[in-house]
Design a binder for this molecule. Structure first.
Ligand SMILES: *Cc1c(COP(=O)(O)O)cnc(C)c1O
Length: 438
């Protein structure tokens, strides 16, 4: 697979370069310049196909020309020790649970695949070592540490914003012969992201250490997320019986959403995608063909979607530039407020005995809105992106149900001290990293 920049100012690069460099030199983001047609796999798989089987079938065709078939199989085999789960609720709705990974959110899928690909890429390229620098918000530090644990040649630098930090085990730190370097900055999450871009653009430093990032700016985070869309399609296709297939995706940075569009480009038959947003919905304007004007982020009960300027903005725009009419006929924006989110959580509990987290509830509410209002004869798959137990207090408020964090997510609560606390400046970050190599 080849990649180009969203700004189209550089020649195409091979997959390995896009993954290892992360950001193109022209300031854009990497996007696939052509995609593999996967219909031969998609249309032949059925409801008996397991997730590992699906990953093993599509990975080699995705990485063809970049990794040899043997390495591709190893990537698929060693990436996931957890799976999505599709639950069909009734004729109208299914729910795709994506929160069975180590940190209880869908992002575990992209991160896990990224770790696996990177290890194989390092084996096949000259680079013997890679430093992955990622902004850590909420619980993804744990997810990243899990994905890179014991992978050869990889060091993972996690940059935390100010505030309490939790989730990591000091045994994993580089000072204790692990491969993780947690650094906290005196600044916010935007500062973390800015520092990563600056670090990648400091080419002497970046090339000396082979710096890349596992944040959603890296295209390798998004491609594997297409797998679970394909998986969901394969599971429901027999049940559709002429109904249209719609996905409802709770969206903040629109990484998950873009991955759905990739699945469509790979050849998955689908009729529409709902871009489900909370009150931070400025992006809906762009989808409706109006001018996108970012607003100050509002605080809602679905905090992972409290985003004013989606990190994948340029990737989305490039879809609209390529085929504006197709996109407008296939993408339906919806904004859901907190009250409706909570009501939907209650409704899902009463109707389906399903406890869902507020992010997933935004997607469910948006799906109900769209399907109730129209004449569409459709089946909608709701992406359940977060484990309900992680938002236990909101779940209790909405449904009266008490829900406990499962054993395997208890690690998320472990408090730790970062290796360094620094000002949010590039030179401070570079010195803190360099100190760890002495
Ligand atoms: C990150 C996240 C989202 C939003 O996903 P994007 O790819 O940023 O649009 C939704 N729900 C949960 C639980 C998340 O953690």
């Amino acid at each position: 697979m080849k990649f180009r920049s969203t700004r189209s100012l550089i020649p195409e690069v091979p997959f390995a370069e896009a993954v290892l460099r992360c950001l193109p030199p022209d300031g854009g983001l990497y996007v696939p310049s052509s995609v593999s047609d996967m219909r031969q796999f998609i249309l032949h798989m059925d409801e008996k196909t397991t997730y590992p089987e699906l990953a093993a079938a599509v990975t080699p065709s995705l990485l063809q020309g970049d990794l040899n078939p043997l390495s591709s199989s190893r990537v698929a085999e060693s990436a996931f020790d957890f799976e999505p789960e599709l639950v069909t609720l009734d004729e109208d709705f299914s729910m795709l649970k994506l929160y069975n990974g180590p940190s209880g959110i869908f992002k575990d899928f992209g991160v896990a695949f990224f770790g696996s690909v990177l290890e194989e890429l390092l084996k096949e390229t000259e680079a013997a070592h890679s430093m992955i620098v990622s902004a850590a918000r909420g619980d993804n530090g744990l997810s990243l540490t899990g994905a890179f644990r014991e992978r050869k040649g990889i060091t993972s630098v996690l940059i935390y914003p100010s505030g309490p930090v939790s989730g990591l085990d000091p045994k994993e730190f580089i000072t204790n012969s692990g491969n993780t370097i947690p650094i906290q900055i005196r600044g916010n999450f935007d500062d973390c992201n800015r520092l990563i871009t600056e670090l990648i653009n400091d080419r002497p430093f970046a090339e000396r250490h082979n710096v890349t990032s596992a944040n959603t700016i890296n295209p390798c985070r998004l491609l594997p997320q297409a797998f679970y869309f394909l998986f969901a399609f394969v599971k429901v296709k027999k049940l559709l019986k002429g109904r249209e297939l719609i996905f409802s995706v709770p969206s903040g940075n629109f990484g998950n959403f873009i991955s759905g569009l990739y699945a469509w480009k790979f050849g998955m038959p689908v009729n529409g995608f709902i871009a489900a947003m909370n009150l931070n919905d400025a992006f809906g304007d762009l989808i409706r063909g109006e001018k996108f004007e970012p607003q100050q982020a509002k605080v809602t009960c679905s905090p992972a979607m409290d985003i004013s300027f989606p990190a994948n903005y340029e990737r989305l725009v490039s879809f609209y530039d390529e085929a504006p009419a197709v996109m407008r006929n296939m993408v339906f924006p919806a904004a859901i407020d907190d009250e409706e989110t909570l009501r939907t959580m209650e409704w899902a509990w009463k109707n389906y005995n399903a406890l869902i987290d507020p992010h997933s509830a935004v997607a469910f509410a948006a799906a109900r809105k769209l399907t109730e209002s129209g004449s569409r004869h459709s089946h909608t798959i709701i992406l359940a992106t977060g484990h309900p137990a992680k938002e236990a207090e909101i779940v209790r408020r909405a449904t009266g149900q008490l829900i406990k964090l499962p054993e395997k997510l208890l690690n998320l609560k472990r408090k730790f001290n970062p290796i360094a606390l620094i000002d949010p400046h590039l030179d401070a970050l570079e010195s803190a990293i360099s100190l760890c190599y002495k």
